[in-house]
Ligand binder design. Structure first.
Ligand code: SF4
Ligand code: SF4
Length: 548
């Protein structure tokens, strides 16, 4: 196997024997083949669309197949083989759509090669043999390291935005232009040769597309559940039966809250579900008991200690330990072999497991944090914020956000947040916030010094806040007293990074390490164009930022 799509890749170069994430060679190969097959679907879907023909099932399949291959989503070889079968069927549907559109237009259909011509092998060994011919290793051999890395940059950006598109789709929000652009980009990635410049342009265009998708998701979330509002959330458990919900899927949480109403079960958010406590449409449920635990990489310890049932909605799942494997459940696209998968949001098995488990024996000491500073809440006090900047009460804003992970180097973000001077405000989002969100940062004239914007899925909020501040100060985002200190882990973070680059944001600091798929040559281009920097030490970075 060869995989270098996430930050924790082995030795910082690539997982070759077993994924650090727990993905084995079979799963890695099936995921590679699924990406190949999905490109084949888009080769036809893109051409059909050029002739005015489209099919929503084809479109939705493509975003779900891409999302399925994101780090920490699907570890189940059986399920991945089903995805591959479906890919062949959807590809045939897209082919028929294209050929029919050609007939109607009086054109001769082109005979497509590459992924479009893939026929699934009849058994697992055959599929693995096919995968070996279409994986990242082959592209590195055929295209060279620099170009193959940029092809992967585009692919990972598409995977990330597909995840956001799927979350929006789950809540009924779709955009036909987004589907068209995804097909167009996937088709482009099937070409035999590339210029570096066209790949960089494609990557930035994917960042632009991701901004649109994140806007769609923001609308989906806020129209379904209202705008997040500043909310004090309990982060210690109370006595009683319990379910912890992790992942990113608000709809799953809502349905679970409905199905557990009146059953004497407290539902806790975990990981990236924490921001759900701030949505009016979710916090209205009295048995939403607050947040349990911290970021995804601590789940094995935290779930083992959780005396109830656990629901894992989308990423990021880790190998379930035997002491909780029979009381953890997956939903949506996430899957682990041997873990019961919930179908059609019928959470009865989760509820039964919660009732059978002991629950918390007593109330823990009450501890709370404040969350819910999405764009609507922050822009509601924009006058106050602008005034505080003009008066000098607020000197600088730091957006310290992104994914968390297990590497010791991620302590940088805790140390950085602690070292931010008292006259500066910290904005944060995504699971990296757990590095410091239980510390007391106080306030500046009533404005909290730590503003939690939400999930990684809420990066759109951060962009909106930055844009509104830029407008208020009659400058652009680079002209603001704002610095971005980013932590990345998987492909959603890649999509967000591409969006920030598309917006022309300069001087971002990225860590804990730079992506393995970007060669020094590619990194140099980003440094030259965007002055992007790897993190150094909190002291040095703070000094440089505040003195520049
Ligand atoms: S997703 Fe990350 S940890 Fe998992 S195999 Fe790929 S690079 Fe390795
Ligand atoms: S922010 Fe990234 S690493 Fe963290 S839970 Fe979400 S997808 Fe996973």
């Amino acid at each position: 196997m060869f995989c270098y799509q996430c930050e924790q890749t082995a030795r910082g170069t690539g997982c070759t024997v077993q994924g650090v994430c727990g993905k084995d060679a079979t799963v890695a190969a099936l995921q590679d083949l699924l990406i190949h097959a999905t490109k084949g679907v888009s080769q036809y879907a893109h051409r059909a669309r050029e002739l005015g023909a489209k099919d929503r099932d084809v479109d939705v399949f493509v975003i779900q197949a891409l999302f399925t291959t994101i780090t920490n989503v699907d570890f189940d070889p059986e399920r991945l083989q089903q995805w591959l079968k479906k890919a062949a069927a959807v590809r045939d549907k897209a082919k028929a759509l294209y050929e029919d559109a050609c007939t109607k237009a009086g054109q001769e259909p082109a005979t497509l090669t590459g992924p479009a011509a893939w026929t699934p092998a009849g058994d697992l060994d055959g599929l693995l043999a096919q995968a070996a011919e279409v994986g990242v290793e082959e592209r590195r051999k055929n295209l060279g390291e620099d170009v193959a890395g940029l092809v992967e940059l585009c692919t990972y950006g598409l995977k990330g935005l597909a995840a956001y598109a799927d979350h929006a789709h789950v809540l009924g929000k779709e955009d036909d232009g987004v589907y068209a652009a995804i097909h167009r980009n996937l088709e482009f990635l099937t070409h035999d040769s590339f210029q570096v410049d066209e790949l960089l342009a494609a990557a930035l265009a994917i960042g632009q597309l991701n901004l649109k998708v994140m806007g769609l998701l923001d609308a989906a979330n806020t129209e379904a559940y209202g705008h997040p509002e500043p909310t004090v959330v309990r982060v210690t458990p109370v006595k009683g039966k319990a379910i912890a919900v992790s992942g990113h899927d608000l709809k799953d949480l809502e349905e679970l809250l409905k199905q557990t109403e009146g059953k004497g079960i407290n539902v806790y958010t975990h990981g990236e579900m924490l921001p759900c406590n701030a949505y009016p449409g979710l916090k209205k449920y009295k048995h939403l008991g607050g947040n349990y635990g911290s970021a995804w990489q601590n789940q094995q310890k935290e779930f083992a200690a959780f005396p109830g049932a656990i629901l894992m909605t989308t990423n990021c799942i880790q190998r379930p330990r035997p002491d909780y494997k029979d009381r953890i459940f997956t939903s949506g696209l996430v899957a682990w072999p041997g873990v019961k998968h919930i179908v059609d949001r019928d959470f009865s098995p989760v509820i039964e497991a919660a009732l059978a488990a002991p629950g918390f024996a007593e109330d823990a000491e009450e501890k709370t944090i404040t969350i819910g500073f999405g764009h609507n809440a922050v822009m509601g006090v924009a006058d106050k914020v602008v005034e505080a900047v003009k008066s000098g009460a607020i000197r600088h804003f730091f957006l310290i956000g992104g994914c968390d992970g297990a590497k010791p180097g991620r302590n940088y973000y805790t140390e950085f947040a602690k070292a931010v001077p008292d006259d500066c405000v910290i904005l944060t989002l995504a699971c990296g916030k757990y590095r410091f969100n239980k510390l007391d940062f106080g306030d500046i004239g009533g404005i909290p010094r730590l503003l939690d914007i939400g999930q990684c899925n809420d990066a759109y909020s951060a962009v909106k806040i930055a844009s509104a501040l830029a407008e208020a100060f009659d400058t652009d985002v680079n002209g603001l007293p704002l610095s971005l200190i980013l932590s990345w882990y998987e492909q959603k973070a890649v999509a967000i990074l591409l969006t920030l680059l598309h917006l022309g944001i300069r001087n971002m600091r990225l860590g804990p390490t730079l992506p393995a798929f970007l060669t020094p040559a590619a990194v140099n281009v980003l440094v030259e164009k965007f002055a992007i920097k790897p993190i150094s030490t909190p002291e040095e970075d703070l000094k440089t930022i505040l003195e520049s």
